[in-house]
Design a protein around this ligand. Structure first.
Ligand SMILES: *Cc1c(COP(=O)(O)O)cnc(C)c1O
Length: 405
């Protein structure tokens, strides 16, 4: 299938190119000493991760440890409450640890093991990536250093406890505002010192090449399973596919299964409290081109051109940019990106819980809210939602901020 001059039959062979570019986005904007480390990971990825041994080991782990394949559920009562359009959910909330993030963490940690590394390093903001990576490290017997801002450590006590129980070393970062940005800088600095013994594991389709490609490829299991399951369930493809976009890993996993199909694809960004800079994290909608954290993409900037402060009710979505592949798919129009605000997200959170017995993560509730809107506009057809995670982690916040409706 072709779209705006891009041939999707051969898309995954050509995107990214050998320098890690999706059109003008992506690449690798990092210090010289780290380029060597990235080149080593890229080499290892092309040789090790494409080998039969690696693939069959990852396949076994996904089945026996993660509990894959995750099912697709027909959301019958939610659909009936809206009209004739049928909604379905790919249940990444049922993946071990309760979200999609473990899909790429297990891949990255298995690669570390094959490369003979002893340790994995990462930063975390809300702690979800840290918990997923600590889980993978425990499984493979790797050391694990998670860099986290001191402010975030206070805010995210349960996730800090989970990481420690899993045997990870949580490194407190006390520079600057003591949140995600400083944690990224500290983790990169540590990696420059220690790259011979460890690999850096990025938490989404972000960062310098090869991470946007590698994380997409590890997450593509979501789209591959979903396409097969959906066609088996219904005899056809969905009319539309919807996923929330923070960095964009759950979305890229799902979208990659349908890019070459006549299916409408929607990425949903958080509009938060509104359109003013600082009140949302809708980088593709309101951002401009720029380089941060080692890659070129579309980002939200402050008046000095630095990453702008962002906000969303979902802490997993409040990142001031999105993966370079999303910027590319946005430019060529293959994927439509739109926004949902906090209020509609929370409504969708309660609707899915009450009507289907599924408590979604607040991140995933953005996709549910958008699918509900889309279903109201469509006469008939079907929509497949990527339910990226479960809402257990959000219980305390919901009860405190919104009460029990
Ligand atoms: C982290 C997270 C997200 C956002 O990350 P992406 O890379 O955009 O997928 C979405 N949903 C859940 C449940 C998460 O934990």
């Amino acid at each position: 299938m072709e779209h705006n001059g891009i041939n999707f039959d051969t898309y995954f062979r050509n995107y990214p190119d050998k320098n890690g570019y999706f059109g003008r986005y992506g690449g690798s904007y990092i210090p010289e000493e780290l380029q060597k480390a990235m080149a080593e990971i890229t080499d290892a990825y092309y040789t090790i991760c494409k080998s039969g041994r690696f693939i069959s080991e990852l396949r076994r782990i996904r089945k026996e440890f993660q509990g894959r394949p995750t099912p697709i559920s027909h959301l019958e009562r939610l659909s009936n409450s809206i009209g004739r359009v049928q909604l379905y959910a790919k249940r990444e909330d049922l993946n071990h640890t309760g979200a999609h993030k473990l899909n790429h963490c297990m891949g990255e940690a298995l690669l570390a093991k094959y490369m003979g590394k002893k340790k994995v390093i990462a930063e975390t903001g809300a702690g979800q990536h840290g918990v997923a990576l600590a889980t993978a490290a425990a499984y493979f017997g790797l050391e694990c250093d998670i860099y986290m801002g001191a402010v975030d450590i206070k805010k995210q006590a349960p996730n800090v406890a989970r990481m420690k129980i899993l045997g990870a070393n949580v490194v407190e970062v006390t520079d600057g505002l003591q949140t995600l940005k400083e944690a990224v800088d500290a983790a990169f600095a540590a990696y420059s010192r220690e790259y011979r013994d460890c690999i850096y594991c990025i938490g989404s389709v972000l960062g310098p090449h090869p991470f946007p490609m590698m994380v997409r490829d590890f997450q593509s299991i979501v789209g591959i399973e979903a396409r097969e399951q959906f066609t088996e369930m219904t005899g056809e493809l969905p009319d539309a596919v919807v996923a929330c976009v923070g960095g964009g890993s759950n979305a890229m996993g799902m979208f990659s299964g349908f890019l070459n199909d006549p299916v409408e694809i929607y990425g949903v960004e958080p509009l938060g409290r509104g359109e003013k800079l600082g009140d949302h994290a809708a980088s593709l909608k309101y951002g401009t081109e720029g380089v941060m954290h080692g890659f070129n993409s579309i980002m939200l900037k402050d008046e000095n051109g630095e990453p702008a402060p962002v906000y969303s009710v979902a802490s997993g979505l409040d990142y001031p940019s999105s993966g370079p592949e999303h910027a590319f798919l946005h430019d060529i129009g293959r994927v439509k990106y739109d926004v949902v605000n906090d209020d509609d997200t929370i409504d969708a959170f309660f609707k899915l819980s009450r009507l289907e017995g599924i408590i979604p993560a607040i991140e995933s509730s953005h996709a549910v809210a958008y699918a509900i809107k889309l279903a109201q506009q469509m006469e008939r057809g079907s929509i497949l939602i990527n339910l990226s995670g479960r809402g257990d982690k959000d219980m305390d916040y919901i009860i405190e901020k919104y009460g029990i409706r």
